[in-house]
Design a protein around this ligand. Structure first.
Ligand SMILES: Nc1ncnc2c1ncn2[C@@H]1O[C@H](COP(=O)(O)OP(=O)(O)OP(=O)(O)O)[C@@H](O)[C@H]1O
Ligand SMILES: [Mg+2]
Length: 502
């Protein structure tokens, strides 16, 4: 039988009895490292200074007894197998001990029972520990899920007013020359705009991380997600290492922002945790993106502790962690591998102890849908006819203000009215349409247009505040209708409109 290491704390005043007991455990295949204590104070110290696999106590010691010892262990919240080994004692005492929660009771003249009892109690304790861990994890992910939901709905609420705010600021900045703002006013506007952009960024980050399981796969902008993850991990990184970005020219990848965001966040936090605190200038975390054959490769390099070769596979197993309780659950990398595999990519590690680590991910380049192609503008020369449909009146107003200098804009806040406008014979080049509206949803509006004026249906660009119903999600991925996030990135909208053939 191969020997199993066992850290044993023994509460026993008789050296001879202790020797018998140790011999018995060694005979059963345990390789012991043990400490023997006799008093409550010695017990307290031993419990403070070490971790123990099992505690065995005599029942009656001078000035101390097995039950008092057990009470001390319990008081510290320890769940370590605790056995009493004793000479003859009354049944009432044995019952009281088991009631108190002592795991087993072995008579000194039946020491042969001790080894199997210890083995059984160790197994039980490890099962209990695993259950606790699972339960904690479940509670944690429950809590994260509801936090995520709350964050997503707050983000959604902020989005509409923020959309109008940004477009109105943008409009004001473009004041015509004869009413030029003075320098102070210009500066104040620029600062207001920067603040709004920061809010926009925070909203985007929240949206990315709040609903990983829900998002559809599609072409995903890697650098935008990486930047989000790096911003989220900022507090872990900045006092430990310099952060370097080495982004190459890469296409969008097949994936989802939420999943990739989780993966990168886990990897960056791991990298930071592998680096000791307080030597910021001596350490770096470097994020590299580049092409690798037809695939896209992301690498996260750190100059931290490194990983011995025999652990390169094990670290991806659920619950494998080298971190202290409370610091790591060991789920990070197993989640990363699951998410990356879902995106049909692969993940691995290269590392040597003492020389840092590189985690790499290979992802498929996305099959790009021909986004704006369907929206073919007529030869207007003077700009496009734009129809804006959004139940939030301020969004329509702000878009109109912003676009009307170059384009012909009509706005509606009810889908029925927009439909009536088109069925009465009007034609437009672009329809900017909110995805989620109370009376008729974006996809429903699209469906109606398909029926009434199919050529107009192909001119829709949806706008979304981030909340998706299952139907709208399925609809977008099935029809490849272009969709822009709110707040609208004005530059992107302008270039989308300008890219339309005249
Ligand atoms: N960049 C790294 N450098 C050194 N060791 C690492 C690195 N990344 C991961 N590891 C090792 O892999 C183990 C497993 O990582 P994983 O992310 O799965 O769990 P964790 O970080 O321990 O806990 P969790 O992510 O659940 O908080 C870590 O405990 C650590 O030993
Ligand atoms: Mg981790």
């Amino acid at each position: 039988m191969s020997s199993r290491p066992l850290r044993l704390l023994l509460i026993e005043d008789s050296e001879d009895d202790a020797e018998l007991l140790l011999r018995e455990l060694r005979r059963c295949g345990y390789e012991l490292s043990h400490t023997r204590v006799e008093t409550p104070e010695e017990l307290r110290q031993a419990l403070c200074s070490n971790t123990w696999d099992v505690i065995i106590t005599d029942y009656a010691l001078p000035g101390f007894d097995g039950l008092a010892a057990f009470a001390q262990v319990k008081q510290r919240g320890l769940d370590v197998p605790f056995l009493i080994v004793s000479g003859k004692i009354g049944e009432d005492v044995a019952v009281a001990a088991m009631r108190a929660g002592v795991h087993d009771f072995v008579l000194k003249d039946k020491l042969g029972r001790l080894g199997p009892a210890v083995t059984r109690e160790l197994r039980e304790a490890s099962l209990r520990a695993e259950r606790r861990k699972m339960q904690e994890q479940l509670m944690l992910s429950d809590r994260l899920a509801s936090l995520g939901l709350l964050a997503a709905s707050v983000a959604h609420e902020i989005n509409n007013p923020l959309t109008s705010l940004m477009m109105n600021l943008d409009f004001t900045q473009q004041a015509p020359a004869h009413r030029k703002l003075n320098e102070d006013e210009g500066q104040a506007l620029r600062e207001a705009f920067e603040c709004a952009e920061r809010i926009q960024q925070i909203i985007r980050d929240i949206k990315i991380f709040s609903s990983p399981e829900e998002q559809q796969f599609g072409p995903t902008d890697l650098h935008r997600v990486l930047d989000s993850a790096l911003r989220m991990a900022h507090n872990h990184v900045f006092h430990r290492a310099l952060l370097l970005k080495d982004y190459g020219e890469v296409p969008r990848v097949h994936g989802s922002e939420a999943r990739l965001g989780q993966v990168f966040l886990n990897l960056v936090i791991n990298a930071a945790q592998a680096i000791p605190d307080g030597h910021r200038d001596a350490h770096e975390i470097r994020v590299v993106t580049r092409m690798d054959g037809g695939a896209v490769r992301v690498e996260i390099h750190d100059t931290g502790a490194g990983i011995p070769p025999e652990l390169h596979e094990r670290i991806f197993e659920p619950f494998f962690t080298t971190k202290r309780a409370g610091e790591g659950t060991g789920l990070g990398l197993s989640i990363c591998r699951r998410l990356v595999t879902e995106m049909k990519g692969s993940i691995g590690v290269e590392s040597k102890p003492g020389q840092g680590s590189t985690f790499w991910i290979r992802l498929r380049a996305a099959q790009e849908a021909k986004v704006v192609e369907a929206v073919k503008a007529k030869a207007t020369g003077q700009g496009l006819g734009v129809l804006v449909l959004d139940d939030e009146v301020s969004v329509g107003k702000a878009l109109k203000r912003l676009l009307r200098a170059r384009h012909e804009v009509v706005t509606f806040d009810r889908a029925q009215e927009a439909l009536a406008y088109i069925t009465s014979g009007h034609r437009v080049d672009v329809i900017l349409c909110d995805l989620m509206m109370p009376e008729m949803s974006g996809p429903e509006f699209h469906g109606e247009l398909e029926r009434l004026a199919p050529e107009q249906a192909r001119r829709i660009i949806f706008m979304t505040g981030g909340a998706f119903t299952e139907e709208s999600r399925a609809f977008l991925s099935a029809t490849h209708t272009p969709c822009m996030d709110k707040p609208i990135d004005v530059q992107r909208l302008f270039s989308m409109l300008e890219a339309l053939p005249a």
